[in-house]
Design a binder for this molecule. Structure first.
Ligand code: SF4
Ligand code: SF4
Ligand code: SF4
Length: 317
């Protein structure tokens, strides 16, 4: 128990997860982190502390780095390792680890904790609220329509798909999980994970996700000049950016809405599908009549794409 406690403190893990830390780190990794404390150390320093050979230590350090247990940086041609954080390891573990062995009620607490940390760590929300639209630091800054995402794919220099951490953590719906697209080589490091897609595979995927009812967000806003970086395919119930926007009242500004739905009642066949698909209640259906409130529309286009009567079009703001 002492090891879990010592490791949990250095690793900045919330106390409720300490009994489950063995899912996130091996005993060897915990001892390693406890031996290192909060210091930045070379492989030689660490080998000395652990009384192991440098060669053996390097293997352990590299493995721990790939699992986000440790961080690594180079200064003046020397490599330094330091303890990682539970926040980053949680992200990696929920994507690529055996995350669902953790009981559901603990995963719910983890989602709440992680969402609170997310709000603290992402100052782009504060910038938006303070009316400083400098939100290039966040990848979900714009809401895109499907045809724009297809154009981004055409311009991408590399395409990698990763699981969605919001959905893995929140687990509020049954939507597809392998849905985050990275387009920029500089975003991909030796520990990013995921798998490469061809342009055709990527287009097929986003069309399927659009049909499924997932909204496309990404950027950067000047992607036509700079090249696209990321496209996410988001639901309204798990997605941290949309949950944050709803909580903080940044609708329209962040993620930025660039379209609004327009409804032609004459063409409506009263199927009710738009009301089922809209995450924000802009369309409602009482069994007889469709109502549309454009004030509630975030401009995702998810209703328009599947409207059988072609009664919904997306107008640019
Ligand atoms: S922003 Fe959207 S797609 Fe990206 S990780 Fe969150 S829910 Fe998933
Ligand atoms: S999806 Fe189109 S046709 Fe169906 S109810 Fe909505 S507006 Fe009408
Ligand atoms: S009404 Fe607006 S927010 Fe709702 S699905 Fe249609 S475009 Fe998206």
């Amino acid at each position: 128990m002492q090891l879990l406690e010592d490791f949990g403190k250095i690793f900045e893990a919330p106390q409720f997860i300490w009994p489950y830390l063995y899912f996130f780190a091996t005993e060897q990794e915990m001892k390693l982190v406890v031996a290192m404390g909060k210091e930045s150390l070379t492989c030689r320093d660490i080998a000395f502390r652990l009384s192991t050979s440098e060669e053996e230590t390097r293997g352990i350090l590299e493995e721990a780095y790939l699992r986000y247990i440790l961080n690594k940086e180079s200064k003046d041609s020397t490599v330094y390792y330091s303890a990682g954080t539970f926040y980053k390891r949680l992200n990696n573990f929920c994507l690529f680890g055996n995350f669902y062995v953790i009981p559901k009620k603990i995963r719910k607490k983890l989602d709440e904790w992680c969402f609170a940390e997310y709000l603290k760590r992402n100052d782009n929300f504060k910038k938006v609220i303070a009316a400083e639209p400098e939100y290039d630091a966040c990848h979900n800054e714009w809401i895109f329509l499907l045809h724009e995402v297809e154009e981004m794919i055409d311009r991408a220099s590399t395409i990698r798909v990763l699981p969605c951490d919001c959905k893995m953590l929140a687990d509020n719906c049954d939507h597809s999980r392998e849905i985050c697209l990275y387009f920029a080589p500089e975003l991909i490091s030796d520990r990013t994970g995921g798998r490469e897609l061809t342009k055709e595979e990527a287009k097929e995927l986003v069309r399927k996700l659009d049909r499924e009812g997932l909204m496309h967000t990404g950027g950067p806003p000047d992607w036509r000049e700079k090249g696209p970086s990321v496209v996410c395919n988001c639901c309204g119930c798990c997605c941290y950016p949309f949950r944050a926007a709803k909580k903080l009242g940044t609708k329209g500004k962040w993620p930025k809405s660039r379209y609004v739905a327009e409804f032609d009642r004459e063409k409506c066949r009263l199927c009710g599908l738009c009301a089922k698909r809209c995450y924000f209640g802009a369309f409602t259906f009482d069994g007889n009549e469709i109502s549309f409130n454009p004030e509630l529309c975030w401009g995702c286009g998810i209703c328009a794409g599947t409207c059988s009567g072609k009664a919904i079009t997306m107008a640019e703001l």
